[in-house]
Design a protein around this ligand. Sequence first.
Ligand SMILES: [Zn+2]
Length: 271
Amino acid sequence: MNKTAIRTLQQYLAESGDYTGAIDGLRGPKTRAAVDAAMKRHVDKLPSGSDAWSERRLAVACLQLACHEKRIEVGAIDGLWGPQTDYAHEVLDTLLETGKKPPLWRDQQPLDANPNGWCHEAELEQTLGSPSRKPPLVVVPCPWPLALAWDPSTRPSGIGCHEQVAESLSRVLERVHDHYGNERLRELGLHLYGGCYNKRRKRGGSSWSTHAWGVAIDWDPARNRLKWGRDRARLARPEYEDWWRFWEEEGWVSLGRHRNFDWMHVQAARL
Ligand SMILES: [Zn+2]
């Protein structure tokens, strides 16, 4: 727990009336007493065994409770500082500072354009044929170096997709590349390619996945897991706003942006 986090915690404790000391980012006796007082009111939300937690762990748990109280998705109150707590803390910090949660990632609406006339995903079979037969695939070269997400030593030269979406995909990739450049794309994890064509059913469903037609692409799957929402998924962050705009200008649909799950996935089919 760094100084900023302790300061956020003190601010919250001051607001709730448990703390009257200085907001100095130091975990001194007054802060500890305030944490104890606050935690006593929330014993019901703590797992068994929490009475044996260290002072530091209790302080982290208290910050998690603060997030929880402010309706910031923070996950289990476990007193452990993982990526979700880290992000929730940032949101809480902004909220206490400005009275508002950080705007971009909640307020951004997906663009509702469809210049290529992509069909509804339920009409894919009718439009492109049954995926039981392999669709006509072409490889669209990627202007920046890709690495296979689950085997980064493999460097695909391009993306094998349905021929119907190839030109559009190529335009998106060009725009993305012009905008971000190789180095930034790598920093953002957008060199991690998670696959396109894959003859399979939807995960946890019986209908065909849009991947079975080669009209969907996954990016950086490890940091954008299927069930993760915008509180955890990397691709939900503001620095990816332009990335999504390039896809959406071509009518591609992000499940994350529309449904807040499967942020790795983008498809050339309407929902
Ligand atoms: Zn996918």
